[in-house]
Design a protein around this ligand. Structure first.
Ligand code: KG4
Ligand code: ZN
Length: 343
């Protein structure tokens, strides 16, 4: 099995090669962050143009890294949504051309499913069978937190998801990015605030923990917290930026971790997993691990390189689609990008 996978949903062009047992033989990521930084966010037109420039050399480099050639490939997998339509089109067109030229299956992968499958790269879930008595098996709860999404997902089996809750306004990563922009700290805000928070006091400011109570179910809201930070900074000059960053981050982490553990309890899951760009957050990783373990749960957290957008996670999702563990089948050449594709 040799799957070429392509991810171009946002501002990262990424190509990976996945082998037997979901082994990652190559995972190359070409980030455009430097191009977008001066605008304080992603400019879609610039993103798609850059994907066009980079995609073919990156595919060639990935094949070289894996020491294989086009004719060795078994299938081509590509993200077809959600994401920026122009960016998605570039990856999709490249994938279709390769699949057609080689007469091999084309697999369309949902980007959000890809994030969840980052956990199958580094965890041992993939080695479990339904008969296993080990704790690492379906169903599990996945906290999916990225720049565009914040969701709690019950993963019942391969490719079978139930969304328990989602954000009603800003995604968690979006709140990090917007606050960093307001504080003139740079872009993207998540890694900057993460670093700054390490030098601040997380108890300095008692921001409200939005929708943390059980009565709100598993939905989230981060827009009010973002406004509270902005209002505080505009009103008061007495707090250090590090204390503000640490207190804001603590509020976000408290809500995310609380709801994840509560969902595991309610849905009788022994395992919780983390996914999406915000899963790179050091405090979220530490606290989910600690509080999950204290609650007797197995906690799975992807390696950092598989947290933010990458093609290896898309290839991992495709691997399970192709090996028939998943209900989703191979795609046709008329597969179109879907900007707001749901899980
Ligand atoms: O999954 P991703 O790469 O792209 C989307 O699908 O959205 O996530 C990007 C998001 C950005 O909002 C970024 O600020 C956030 O992930 N992020 C972080 C960290 N690293 C990336 N947020 C908090 N702490 C981090 N260390
Ligand atoms: Zn993503």
């Amino acid at each position: 099995m040799l799957i070429l996978s392509i991810e171009t949903s946002c501002d990262e062009t990424s190509v990976a090669i996945i082998g037997d047992n979901c082994a990652i033989l190559a995972n190359l990521v070409s980030s455009q962050i430097d191009l977008h930084r001066k605008y304080g966010g992603i400019v879609p037109e610039i993103a798609s143009r850059k994907h066009i420039e980079v995609i073919n050399p990156l595919i060639k480099e990935a094949l070289e890294k894996a020491k294989i050639s086009f004719k060795d490939l078994t299938a081509v997998a590509v993200t077809y949504g959600p994401g920026l339509i122009g960016s998605l089109l570039v990856g999709l067109s490249a994938a279709k051309a390769i699949a057609y030229g080689l007469n091999i299956p084309l697999l369309g992968v949902n980007h959000l499913a890809g994030h969840i499958y980052a956990n199958f790269i580094t965890s041992n879930i993939k080695h479990q069978t339904s008969k296993s008595t080990s704790k690492s098996q379906f169903p599990f709860i996945c906290l999916l937190v990225s720049g565009g999404h914040t969701m709690l997902v019950l993963v019942e089996s391969h490719g079978k998801y139930k969304t328990l809750g989602r954000t009603r306004d800003d995604a968690a990563g979006e709140a990090f990015d917007k606050i960093a922009r307001f504080l003139n700290l740079g872009y993207p805000g998540g890694p900057i605030i993460d670093k700054l928070a390490k030098t601040g006091n997380p108890q300095a400011i008692a921001f409200k923990r939005p929708m943390i109570e059980g009565s709100y179910g598993y939905d989230f809201s981060f827009s009010g917290l973002k406004t509270a930070v902005i209002n505080l900074v505009s009103r008061e000059q007495s707090y250090s930026i590090a204390d503000i960053a640490a207190s804001f981050q603590q509020a976000v982490v408290d809500v995310l971790v609380d709801k994840t553990i509560r969902a595991a309890d309610e849905y009788n899951c022994q395992t919780i997993a983390l996914a999406g760009g915000v899963s790179a957050n050091s405090q979220l990783r530490t606290e989910l691990q600690a509080r999950g373990q204290a609650a007797g749960l197995e906690v799975i957290i992807p390696d950092l390189e598989f947290c933010t957008d990458n093609a290896a996670m898309i290839g991992a999702a495709a691997y399970y689609q192709l090996t028939n563990h998943s209900p989703q089948v191979t795609a046709h050449y008329d597969l179109s990008p879907v900007a707001s594709l749901r899980l």
